[in-house]
Design a protein around this ligand. Structure first.
Ligand code: Q46
Ligand code: ZN
Ligand code: ZN
Length: 328
């Protein structure tokens, strides 16, 4: 297999694009392609401040690397979830995957995110959930009724809240996450199976900002996971190989496997599934639902927009609002 550009030995073969590239040209192709995606969907400009949510994994670190190489103003945000060797959801939950697995997931992912930033002189915000709120994600899960079996629902809520908070408090125009095509296609597949209207409505490469909520963008949404893996390896980015212990057996991993089978037989199927969805979206498939965004109001405690009747879900989960004064 030869590089399409220089005819040297190719390092990455992309069947879905009918294209193979050598290392040098692959490392040029990825940022060029990312820039096209950023422009095509109107994600952000070089004048805007971007906050990249970094987990220490290959996608988010590669995204930060790409944005730096392209000359965007991109800082990082790492959220310490407290998912480490002592992680357990307590009695009755001992069968949980990852519970007490001995893997210091948060510790190691934070080390790698800090190492990445330190070596490149980049600014990284670190929020430690336990220091900030007195409890780790598994501890909040144990205390509340949200997601008894897995901390993912609590974790997702806390991460969204904290990303919005830091973006707002530090004046970032846009929040970028490292979701790749496999993530997006798996989410789309799962949501389509149950026609989860509200989720389908909000699944897009760009979610426009509204007062109190930064614009959210996914610049890697058209890159296959294996393309990002190749990029991270060829750029010699040191990232955490292990997934969060709670992601084991998750539905999204199952959907990814199903879609990989499909992709294997029909190269490009995953991309076309996602892109035809975006087209359908654009041409009005969910037009009626647009009103959902207008029904938000600011949470009386934290000020973030919410559709809940009073406090937002985060403040309710954290038991805020009862003794606290309304702050904004
Ligand atoms: S980090 Fe959090 Fe994920 Fe771990 S607890 Fe679940 S949601 S699996 S992306
Ligand atoms: Zn080449
Ligand atoms: Zn709130």
């Amino acid at each position: 297999m030869k590089c399409r550009i220089c005819k040297a030995k190719a390092s990455v073969n992309m069947r879905q694009h009918h294209m193979a590239l050598c290392t040098e040209h692959y490392l040029e192709w990825v940022p060029a392609q990312a820039e096209r995606i950023i422009k095509k969907y109107g994600m952000f400009t070089r004048r805007e401040k971007v906050l990249v949510a970094v987990s220490g994994g290959k996608d988010s670190l590669s995204l930060w690397d790409i944005l730096q190489r392209l000359g965007f103003q991109a800082d990082g945000l790492y959220i310490g979830l407290g998912i480490d060797s002592s992680t357990s959801l307590g009695a009755g939950s001992s069968t949980l995957p990852g519970a007490g697995s001995g893997m210091a997931y948060s510790h190691e992912s934070q080390r790698l995110a800090e190492k990445f930033a330190g070596e490149r002189g980049l600014k990284l915000h670190v929020v430690d959930i336990q220091k900030e709120y007195g409890e780790t994600i598994p501890e909040i899960t144990r205390r509340t009724s949200r997601g008894r079996e897995k901390p993912c629902s609590v974790c997702g809520l806390v991460k969204r809240h904290e990303m919005n908070r830091i973006a707002r408090d530090f004046g970032y125009d846009v929040l970028a996450t490292g979701h790749n095509l496999d993530d997006e296609a798996a989410a789309l597949f799962g949501n389509t199976l149950i026609w989860a209207k509200d989720y389908l409505l909000r699944q897009a490469p760009v979610l426009p900002g509204i007062p109190g909520l930064a614009r959210k963008v996914k610049p890697l949404c058209r890159f296959y996971e294996r393309e990002m893996l190749a990029y991270a390896l060829l750029r010699k980015i040191e990232y955490i190989y292990d997934e969060c212990p709670f992601s084991v057996d998750s539905k999204s991993i199952y959907y990814k496997e199903l879609l990989n089978k499909l992709e294997n037989d029909r190269p490009g199927a995953k991309l076309s599934f996602y892109l035809t969805f975006l087209d359908a979206h654009k041409t009005g498939l969910f037009a009626d639902g647009e009103r959902i965004l207008t029904e938000l109001h600011p949470c009386p405690v934290c000020g973030q927009p919410t559709s809940a009747a009073d406090l937002c879900s985060f403040c309710r989960m954290m038991g805020k609002g009862k003794s606290e004064q309304v702050i904004r």
